[in-house]
Design a protein around this ligand. Sequence first.
Ligand SMILES: Nc1ncnc2c1ncn2[C@@H]1O[C@H](COP(=O)(O)OP(=O)(O)OP(=O)(O)O)[C@@H](O)[C@H]1O
Length: 359
Amino acid sequence: MFGLSKLFSSKSVQKQPIIAALAGYRSAAFAVGVDEKFINGIELQSDHSVLLNLTLPFAALSEMPKVAEFVSQKLKQTVVINAHVELPKACKFKSIKHIVLVASGKGGVGKSTTAVNLAGALNAEGAKVGILDADIYGPSIPMLLGLSGAAPTAQDDKQLLPFDANGIKAQSIGFLVPSDDATVWRGPMASGAVNQLLNETAWGELDYLIVDMPPGTGDIQLTMSQKVPASGAVIVTTPQDLALADAQKGIAMFNKVNVPVLGMIENMSHFLCSHCGEPNHVFGKDGAIKLAQRHGVPVLSKIPLAIDIREYSEQGKLIAMDNQAAVSKTYADAARLIASTLYYQQPHHDSVEIVITDD
Ligand SMILES: Nc1ncnc2c1ncn2[C@@H]1O[C@H](COP(=O)(O)OP(=O)(O)OP(=O)(O)O)[C@@H](O)[C@H]1O
């Protein structure tokens, strides 16, 4: 499309064709292309390839090879992208830029497994990430991060230090309260404990803090969603009718407290047959899509029922951080889409002008 002579008409690189090619790129996370605002340098290399330095305002590093390939094809010239993630400065809470609640209407759908792997995937996409385990009924984040039995330590007798699990900062209500005690808690008590953990943990600077909510849509979950300054919520469901009916209650709950639902994740979506590779829809098909369409929210990802997801969890490892594991891609897809939605829903972002014409 853009010949070499046009691209390199002078010693310096012509920016315009590169900007146009980036703007033409499309994906779920870059639904309106790669904005020229993200460019912070273009260099012509001695081998005549172009080095594009990008600063991404949301976590999406794993998509850069695809963007580079697309732009290279458009320009008919090798383009290499060197990107890093730097979110806009505004923080939602202290030095935390976004708090994302991960909820499920029903227990046992894989909410905690999904929450912790989303944290891992966002980290792998280049962001500073934390996870707060607020599941008072069955805090499982310590186990999922290989931190079982760990005891929290305090800094200056005031702030608790979060644990560090492969670069992810973690705190759990399970470190502080025996789960048996929590079964008699009411909403204000539970949300008070979560707010205390949120306030009294020395999180430092975080781009995204994932909160693993208690399952269900009762008084406790409602009060928590109201009290935590969240940018959005993600609902985890399985394709089963029962789980979907409860997921619908989750959407209604977040609507009631004005927390935007960023989307749904269909966990245990299908099982890939180890013999023929065909997907087997053990719990039903397309249920989450139909529910999501009805409520105008996207399905962020479909995560298969996979033995290695359970095996990694039991070993306290995050499969989302192992890019050799095929299912890590399904967590990465959801993570990029969540990050992108949070960026584009912020008011600082220039709105896209829609022009309606007669023809
Ligand atoms: N996609 C998956 N494939 C295979 N196993 C999974 C998957 N997701 C979760 N699991 C397994 O299902 C079980 C329940 O998962 P998890 O504890 O994350 O559910 P939960 O919804 O958080 O439960 P609760 O409601 O009790 O908090 C675990 O053994 C976990 O390893």
